[in-house]
Design a protein around this ligand. Structure first.
Ligand code: NAD
Length: 467
């Protein structure tokens, strides 16, 4: 295997010129032909394929991800997106016949043309460093935009591998990667963009949205979670425990869409805790720490934040709890908390912490869900069909998986996004094309129709007004 490329900050003084090149290429119409976009997508596919081993190694170094997880949630994820996009691009890009057009207006041949928005800035997060960066990037290429990717500096190995793949595979006048943290991202935000696609925390999302507002640049914000799960007295505790534990052990719980806390009907509390213990034992018979399938916390800062969250909690650890700073290891940890004021419910953990709160009944769970965060990214009820539908009907969220943890987010062609303060805009599948596309309404007025149009020209005589 080739050596991992180094992560190097892009010199700030060159950023404006880099963006200018990428913008000039868009204005040269180079990315308009579908054939050009398809070639770029194909090259990106092979760039990923050829660098599979490096991607695996990078994700291992950054997040302790197992090769299986990296393959499933990063590599094949992006490669399948490319195949899907390539197979469907001609259909997505075709002019569309608008609906609800009156017969007389059809004479003007109204249609919707799929125009690329222009030059896009894509800012990625660290937890799924490849998919959260290249996912939207694939959409931008398909839509005919030129684009700059700013991967998260939190996963520097993956960021450097992506830069290598982009530089080696794609047209450098149209697509590039800028590396860095706040100063470099701020320099990027000072440039003119036609779309900014941001994935990350609510706090930084607010900074991005404010900055974009100065130039009326449209933004997509894929933001933080604080997602509730609800277990009613009629749920299957074993099934709920296995599914929710999986949702908090994949990527060591560093998943925006995983449950942040679980409300459990008081009758189901003990069976659920018991099944959580069983599930943990089944997933990791030798313990999570020794398992090659369990990842690590991305860095010391995040480790300490998570540790503090547990330390500050008034809850009682009922499963797990082992931590090792030297190894950035946090065992999947179930904490029985007593109030919604607890730090573990109030704040987004974004790690393998599973606070559970006993509730009287489903109505109380719904009330608390709406109070803690009225527009979370995801929502996960477990119970009877009627109970789960009731939860859907009485809450809001970006997406929801009934009877599971974030299954909806794993369907590659289902639009994914938040609502309210969990984000705006969606992507994946056709939505990835649409999010970088302007639907341009076009008509063409035939010359022969001039006689019929006479009515619109002044003078507005009485005769015309009676027509
Ligand atoms: P982050 O907000 O710290 O960083 C994300 C990106 O923003 C990075 O590329 C970073 O360089 C840049 N950035 C950071 N500070 C900045 C500033 N002051 N000005 C400009 N740019 C800045 O997020 P993170 O720590 O990488 O990810 C964790 C958060 O992201 C969690 O809240 C999680 O829920 C959320 N997230 C959301 C999704 C989603 O799809 N909705 C996916 C993954 C993560």
């Amino acid at each position: 295997m080739a050596a991992l490329p180094p992560f190097e900050h892009t010199p700030i003084e060159g950023i404006a010129d880099t963006v200018k090149t990428i913008r000039t290429s868009f204005l040269s119409h180079k990315t308009r032909p579908l054939e050009f976009r398809l070639v770029q997508l194909r090259k990106l596919y092979w760039g990923l394929k050829d660098n599979e081993a490096l991607v695996m190694e990078a994700c291992k170094r950054d997040l302790g991800k197992s090769s299986f997880e990296t393959y499933l949630t990063e590599l094949s994820w992006c490669m399948n997106d490319i195949v899907f996009m390539s197979n469907n691009l001609a259909r997505f890009a075709k002019d569309e016949a608008p609906e609800d057009i009156a017969f007389t207006n059809k004479l003007f041949g109204p249609r919707i043309v799929k125009d690329p928005l222009g030059t896009a800035l894509i800012i990625g997060a660290y937890n799924f460093p490849i998919q959260l960066s290249l996912g939207p990037f694939i959409g931008a290429i398909a839509a005919g935009c030129t684009a700059v990717l700013k991967p998260s500096e939190g996963s520097p190995y993956a960021a450097a591998v992506m830069q290598k793949i982009i530089a080696e595979s794609l047209d450098p006048s149209c697509y590039t990667c800028v590396q860095g943290a706040v100063p470099e991202t701020s320099a990027l935000l000072d440039q003119k963009w036609d779309k900014i696609f941001y994935t990350g925390s609510v706090g930084v999302g607010t900074i991005i949205a404010k900055k974009a507002a100065e130039t009326l640049t449209p933004v997509v914000l894929e933001l933080g979670g604080r997602n509730p799960a609800i277990i009613t007295k009629n749920a299957d505790p074993r099934l709920a425990a296995r599914r929710l534990l999986w949702a908090k052990t994949l990527n060591a719980g560093q998943v925006c869409v995983s449950q942040n806390f679980t409300m459990v009907d008081k009758e189901m509390l003990q069976p659920f805790i018991k099944e959580m213990k069983n599930a943990l034992q089944e997933f990791y018979p030798q313990g999570a720490r020794k398992s090659p399938d369990y990842g690590r916390i991305v860095n010391l800062r995040q480790f300490q934040r998570l540790k503090k969250m547990v330390d500050d909690s008034n809850g009682k650890i009922v499963v797990g709890g082992t931590m090792d700073e030297a190894d950035l290891f946090i065992e999947p940890t179930v904490v029985l908390v007593e109030s919604t004021d607890d730090s573990m419910i109030r704040d987004e953990s974004f790690g393998p912490l599973l606070p559970i709160l006993a509730v009287e009944n489903l109505d109380e769970a719904i009330k608390i869900a709406n109070e803690v965060h009225d527009t979370p990214l995801g929502l996960y009820p477990f119970g009877t069909k009627a109970e789960m539908e009731k939860v859907l009907a009485q809450t809001r969220s970006g997406g929801a998986s009934l009877n599971d943890g974030y299954f909806h987010a794993s369907i590659p062609t289902l639009p994914f996004g938040g609502v309210g303060s969990s984000g705006s805009g969606a992507y994946r599948g056709k939505a990835s094309f649409e999010v970088f596309t302007h639907r341009r309404s076009v008509t063409k007025t035939p010359a022969w129709i001039e006689g019929m149009l006479d009515v619109r020209y002044p003078p507005y005589t009485l005769k015309k007004q009676k027509k």
